[in-house]
Design a protein around this ligand. Structure first.
Ligand SMILES: Nc1nc2c(c(=O)[nH]1)N[C@H]1C(S)=C(S)[C@@H](COP(=O)(O)O)O[C@H]1N2
Ligand SMILES: [Mo]
Length: 257
């Protein structure tokens, strides 16, 4: 039986509402009162049946696995050690002086130490990573919920995207790796800033001290070495203007699996 067979429009709407309520429980209480959230609800209410189904599929969870399913080793891809003296300095001291800066269109710009990030509501998930180059690996990730971090800085109503600025310069001293996601993905329960892989501190090769996990999209969206998060209405003014390092080279911005 297909997943949605036999569902009436009313029960679909009820399920959409359940999704929104689950998000609220996941830590959007304050946000739910903000103009941004009511704008999203307004759109949801007016949406056609077809759009409701699209919304449902964006909210769906990526498959999770058991610990026994994990790959023997989780390989590294792209940068394995950022060629950046500032990063090397932080790494040499176990990232004790690392601060994640969060700014842009927010009511309350903040900077978080790793202790602060670890104090945020967290999630652990064992998921499959799919790289566009044709390899996959299953790993267990633990990290802070991005929704919880965003709630702390209070996004302004005009925010549409969350941009992740990384420590690794690309192409010999070129501009750093970066990525962007929309608010729907930013508030998805499986969207986390991971600080552990397979029960150990995140290795440098996999993006220490913090890397994005966004389980419904391809590997290149999952920014490693995140140094700064910027909330924007539009990313056309950033680097090549396409919303990410690989997007600027011609890859899709929405890399759904
Ligand atoms: N900062 C940064 N993030 C990055 C990359 C990178 O080179 N630099 N490579 C991307 C690609 S293509 C993939 S598949 C994954 C690889 O993650 P891993 O090194 O943990 O396997 O990170 C993504 N995020
Ligand atoms: Mo990748």
């Amino acid at each position: 039986m297909s997943k949605n067979s036999g569902l009436t429009r009313r029960s679909l709407l009820a399920r959409t509402c359940a999704g929104v309520c689950a998000l609220t429980l996941a830590g959007c209480q304050k946000l739910s009162e903000s103009a941004w959230f009511s704008k999203v609800l307004g759109v949801g209410e007016k949406a056609s049946y077809r759009t409701q189904r699209l919304i449902l599929s964006r909210k769906a969870m990526a498959q999770e696995f058991t610990e026994a399913d994990r790959s023997p080793a989780f390989r590294s891809n792209g940068t394995a050690m950022p060629n950046n003296p500032e990063y090397t300095f932080l790494a040499d001291n176990g990232f004790a002086d690392y601060r994640l800066k969060v700014g842009g269109l927010v009511e309350r710009p903040m900077s978080f130490s790793l202790v602060d990030v670890r104090a945020l509501p967290h999630r652990t998930q064992t998921t499959r990573h799919d790289c566009v180059e044709g390899w996959s690996a299953i790993g267990k990730w633990k990290g802070a919920r991005l929704s919880a971090l965003l709630e702390e800085v209070r996004p302004k109503p005009t925010v549409r995207y969350v941009v992740f600025h990384c420590a690794d310069p690309m192409d010999d001293g070129g501009s750093p790796y970066y990525e962007s996601i929309d608010m729907e993905d930013a508030f998805h329960p499986q969207t986390i800033l991971a600080y552990e892989l397979n029960d150990k501190p995140l290795p440098i090769a996999n993006g220490a001290p913090l890397r994005l996990r966004l389980e419904r999209q391809l590997g290149y969206k999952m920014a490693k070495y995140v140094m700064r998060i910027e909330l924007v209405e539009d990313f056309s003014g950033i680097a090549g203007g396409k919303g990410g390092y690989w997007e600027d080279q011609g890859y899709e911005w929405y890399a759904g699996i």
